[in-house]
Design a protein around this ligand. Sequence first.
Ligand code: ADP
Ligand code: MG
Length: 286
Amino acid sequence: MSAVLEARHVTKRFGGLTAVDDMSLAIPEGVIYSVIGPNGAGKTTFFNCLTGFYLPEEGQIEFDGRHRLDGRRTDQITRLGIARTYQNIRLFPNLTAIENILVGQHSHLHASLWGVIFRTRAARREEAAALDEACRLLDFVGLSGDGDVLAKHLAYGDQRRLEIARALATKPKLLLLDEPMAGMNPAEKDTMIAFIRRLRDALGITILLIEHDMKVVMTISDGISVMDFGRKIAEGRPAAIQRDPLVIEAYLGRGAVEAVEAVAAADGGADRRPASGDRPTSPNEA
Ligand SMILES: Nc1ncnc2c1ncn2[C@@H]1O[C@H](COP(=O)(O)OP(=O)(O)O)[C@@H](O)[C@H]1O
Ligand SMILES: [Mg+2]
């Protein structure tokens, strides 16, 4: 399977701090792929490099096997087919749900300024189609009754889904979700897991996800990369990642691996690992 996104040796520094350090990653088309790692590991900064928010000092990023992304503007990258949501919800709180989606579609509308001002037939037709599509997206994310509700009045989980609907309005091939389940309760998380799977299965979108909840990550991911101090320290399928000593150490600190092995030995079972669902998750940063 070909890679829809390939990052090679990406490095991003802030002054003396190397936030992303020689990151390479290839995301096959049609998968749900997770980037995990302790707070401050560089996950969000890496996403920001992929979406053109930051220009990495080193490395290349290639989309769809033919577009170089590094050096392009965020709006150009959006138009190529990459959309994202943010770790902290970024909706327009005083716009309605439908209006928030219409804003997201903006990069795909073609009407000229002339057409918008003089309300030409083409511009009106495009507006009507945009509204139809926005309603369809609202329906897809399960908010069909909430089109006229101000974003700030939606429940938290619904705001997260609205944000995804807005991202979908740009018709992405690849969707980047930065901690979409932060602050959700277990039931909301289950709903979100099913929803993310539908994005892939019904819309054929490849999903790249940053997520802290290990239970969620292990349930949903086809592949995982683990970052620590800006670097990729492990990569693989969920079952292998859970058992990786470097990963356990990154999350729980030095000595954790020995402790885990000691507990496993005492239990007489090798399959009790802290990397399973009850492992402590790091708190969500601001
Ligand atoms: N704009 C910035 N300026 C300076 N330092 C930053 C900036 N953004 C992130 N950092 C630092 O880079 C490191 C990685 O941060 P981040 O990518 O947000 O980590 P994560 O998303 O994995 O928690 C942290 O040490 C953070 O403080
Ligand atoms: Mg982050």
